[in-house]
Design a protein around this ligand. Structure first.
Ligand code: NAD
Length: 485
């Protein structure tokens, strides 16, 4: 029985919108439908796009207004963090602290972008000319989001797009639409009509968005397979694309590292949110001689961790988010074991309702097994052995993924030298999954196109414009101003 039925409305051109059809949303901790959201029709999407297009005109030129709105968005998210966080946990599965924490982080993201200075760059200032580069917002952004961190991923687009001067039509994943749709309701009276449209629907809605003539940019976060389709659809209209896609991050442990300490620090970057994070550690390379100690230390952590309903106190890991993903992780682990891998911890689905899977550490596993070659996006970690560092680097790079990677060593300089050989857009030394606002987050190879965070998101939602003034005009204008004063 659904707990919330027909309560949630999309936000279209500032108005609440229901639909003739609804999408049922399952709580992955129970396997039961707990809410329904509207299933957006093509006509409703068109109203949203036209509204966003109309709103762009008044929005793009008024930074002070946008700044005030972004601050108000942050305040509203904070004021509603408990409710939104709870919904995030109910539909995504993550422990409640992560649900609420994600909303608070999103509020911080609004404030960060509200205050971000977008520099006006002078490239020539001499007797001939004054030449400056300014950034012009590209227009309506179609934003399409995944199910692993719903509010965080949504605000990762909304906040910089607002700062840039763009308006947004955003679609959450059909597996986790509730918290995003509810966020639209919370922000509805704060954001001017048309500036933020939240629509819910299935995969076809994402396709209609990328094919729609209004958006000038597509901000997509999700799988590589879908990212490629989005890129093709956007190309027909030369829309700008920002693609943040999947990863298969390697962690290389060097022979001078303390195995127990490394295992302690590697565990959470691999298993947080049940491994359902793009930049989670997804493959670990250890020297042959160190393997038993690293494996046993990781397995001890995996056996001890408390898995359960994210709403229950003390839960450290929730379920896998949805049935297809649960079946995929189950299949990848079973296939690896059938090929000779050993599950030193876990290896099986857990008893009871919901999509719970035991935190799993696999050893005796190597390339050629799908859980190594593909992104597992779940609570199962393969540990691979190597003999030489160049070999480990070569194997870590022998993939189409290129999101993140880390190197672990008692000697940070040695680790940094190895890290810089890795084909990943973020490399860490003795840590993993830590981000800073001002550094670009992006993916090499198939892990993405374009960069997010800081000014890099602003570049994604703006075009550079060169303002070229001959010197005589500059001098003349200056003289006019002086005369006027
Ligand atoms: P997905 O590609 O299945 O779905 C993502 C979104 O695309 C959903 O909203 C879906 O409805 C929509 N969609 C599906 N088909 C579409 C189409 N043809 N046209 C337009 N939209 C379409 O991804 P997912 O399973 O929801 O998310 C998991 C993936 O996301 C993982 O690979 C993960 O690594 C990746 N991810 C990457 C980042 C990053 O920043 N690089 C962040 C989070 C998640």
């Amino acid at each position: 029985m659904a707990e919330f039925t027909d309560q949630f409305t999309m936000t279209i051109d500032g108005q609440p919108a229901s639909s003739p059809q609804t999408l049922k949303v399952v709580n992955p901790a129970t396997g039961q439908v707990f809410a329904e959201v509207p299933d957006c029709t093509p006509e409703q999407l068109d109203v949203a796009m036209r509204g966003a297009q109309r709103a762009f005109a008044g929005w793009k030129d008024d930074y002070e207004r946008r700044r005030a709105v972004m601050y108000a968005c942050a305040d509203a998210l904070e004021a509603n963090a408990e409710e939104l966080g709870r919904l995030a946990t109910m539909e995504q599965g993550m422990p409640l602290a992560g649900g609420v924490g994600g909303v608070l982080q999103a509020a911080g993201n609004f404030r960060y972008y509200a205050d971000l200075d977008i520099p006006r760059i002078t490239v020539q200032d001499d007797d001939d000319a004054l030449v400056e580069i300014v950034r012009r917002p590209i227009g309506v952004i179609a934003a399409i989001k995944p199910w692993n961190v719903p509010i965080g991923m949504a605000v990762n687009t909304i906040a910089p797009a607002f700062r840039a001067g763009c308006t947004v039509v955003l679609k959450p994943s059909p597996f986790t639409p509730v918290v995003t749709v509810r966020m639209g309701e919370v922000l509805r009276d704060i954001v001017p009509a048309g500036v933020l449209n939240i629509v819910s629907g299935g995969n076809e809605l994402g396709q209609w968005m990328t094919e729609h003539p209004v958006p000038r940019g597509v901000s997509f976060t999700g799988s590589i397979a879908t990212g490629k389709k989005v890129n093709v659809a956007a190309a027909a209209d030369l829309k700008r694309v920002l693609l943040e896609l999947g990863g298969n991050d390697a962690a290389i442990v060097l022979d001078d590292a303390d195995p127990v300490d490394v295992a302690e620090k590697l565990f959470w970057p691999a298993f947080r949110n049940s491994g359902q994070i793009c930049m989670a550690v997804k493959r670990v390379f250890v020297p042959e001689a160190m393997e038993p100690q690293v494996v046993e230390a990781l397995a001890a952590k995996a056996r001890a961790v408390k898995v359960g309903n994210g709403l229950d106190e003390g839960t450290e890991l929730g379920p896998i988010n949805n049935k297809p993903q649960f079946e995929r992780v189950k299949g990848l682990v079973a296939e690896a074991i059938a090929q000779g891998a050993v599950a030193v911890a876990g290896g099986h689905p857990m008893e009871g309702d919901g999509y719970f899977f035991e935190p799993t550490i696999l050893t005796n596993v190597a390339e050629g097994t799908r859980i190594v070659d593909e992104e597992q996006f779940g609570p199962a970690l393969p540990i691979l052995t190597y003999r030489t560092v160049p070999e480990a680097v070569h194997r870590a790079n022998a993939t189409n993924y290129g999101l993140g990677a880390s190197v672990w060593s008692a000697d940070p300089l040695r680790a940094a030298a190895v890290a810089e050989q890795l084909e990943a857009d973020t490399v860490w030394v003795n840590t993993h999954m830590q981000l800073t606002h001002d550094a670009p987050f992006t993916g090499m190879k198939w892990s993405g196109l374009g960069s997010e965070m800081g000014l890099w998101s602003i570049y994604a939602y703006t075009d550079p414009q060169t303002v070229f003034r001959t010197r005589s005009q500059v001098i003349k204008k200056g003289a006019e101003q002086a005369a006027g004063a």
